[in-house]
Design a protein. Structure first.
Length: 323
């Protein structure tokens, strides 16, 4: 497996978020200097507080819609709210974060000749007509729907990355992240794993949208971060985009019942109307990732990952301030 051989100066935007904080952990473990940048819209200092006294870690409050003038070797651009409840709160700002944020980080990468990775999303495929989704599929996205601020923002960011690559010979990496879960997810994240776990732990009804037969694929955070690091370690001939996620596919009903079983909850399932433009199925084809990322594949089974995530939320909910 490819490894970083020397300490580098790493910038992680959105570094105090769920994914970003786990990435910061791994980069520190590998001996790098890490600048974590976040505006704390969905990220929290709690996620990185264990790193605050580390001599190779620095935390900066900054919004990527504004330029950043620093010196770095590599950039991981993760800044953007990723759950519908958060990105629909201020859809204009969501689009600006994806588009202006990409322009600013690409500009920084161009100035300092840094390699840069874009955390894109499976949402670029929209409600797909091809299943599982392969990188060559162009997607089926509603450009004017309530999810468009995120979907189209990320699609535009990919466009910018490849145009900078072609026009300015920038070294880019683009990964399309499928549903990911694990400790440090936002308590009010609004996504299905955190929703189900919090509802089950509180003994509340578990909300199933539609008939519950819509599917998702769930990748544990450690597996996803490993894929991102391997992607950044590939040669310039592998810009992406590359799907990273877990090809295991589960219906919402299957997930809800598994969460109830693992928590020992008495929660009941209740049905609600399906939200607009909610994809009916989502599963990555990871053949390209396995080829280009040294045989990478997710190793954490759903039950194991859910058990760790449930323990995290149980701890959060037991604290007085979360009551």
């Amino acid at each position: 497996m490819r490894q970083y051989n020397a300490s580098k100066r790493m910038l992680v935007t959105g570094g105090a978020g769920f994914l970003g904080s786990h990435l910061c952990d791994r980069l520190i473990e590998q001996g790098h200097d890490v600048l974590c940048v976040d505006n704390f819209f969905t990220g929290t200092k709690r996620n990185v507080e264990h790193l605050l006294d580390h001599p190779r870690f620095e935390l900066m409050r900054h919004d990527v819609t504004f330029p950043l003038y620093i010196e770095v070797d590599e950039i991981f651009n993760l800044a953007c709210p990723a759950s519908p409840i958060h990105y629909q709160h201020d859809p204009v700002q969501t689009t600006k974060t994806s588009v202006h944020g990409a322009i600013n980080m690409l500009g920084l990468a161009k100035r300092v000749r840094a390699k840069i990775l874009q955390a894109s999303t499976s949402e670029v495929y929209g409600d797909p007509e091809i299943h599982p989704q392969v990188e060559a599929y162009w997607g089926r996205v509603n450009p004017i729907g309530i999810r468009s601020c995120y979907d189209e923002g990320k699609r535009c960011a990919e466009t910018l990355f490849f145009d900078y690559h072609r026009q300015h010979k920038l070294r880019i990496k683009v990964v399309r992240i499928f549903n990911t879960y694990g400790p440090r997810m936002h308590l009010n994240d609004g996504r299905v794993v955190s929703n189900f776990i919090v509802q089950a732990l509180k003994g509340e009804d578990i909300t199933i949208y539609g008939d519950g037969q819509q599917t998702r694929s769930f990748c544990y955070v450690d597996d996803l971060v490993e894929a991102m690091l391997r992607m950044m370690g590939t040669g310039d001939e592998v810009p992406g985009p590359i799907n990273i996620g877990n090809p295991g596919e589960f219906s919402m009903l299957e997930l809800a019942n598994k969460v109830i079983e693992l928590t020992g909850s008495k929660s009941k399932l209740v049905r609600m109307p399906l939200p607009a433009d909610d994809p009916k199925q989502r599963r990555p084809d990871i053949s390209l990732a396995q080829k280009e990322l040294d045989g990478w594949a997710p190793r954490t089974q759903l039950e194991e990952g859910l058990t760790k995530t449930i323990a995290y939320f149980d701890q959060i909910l037991s604290e007085p301030k979360a009551a």
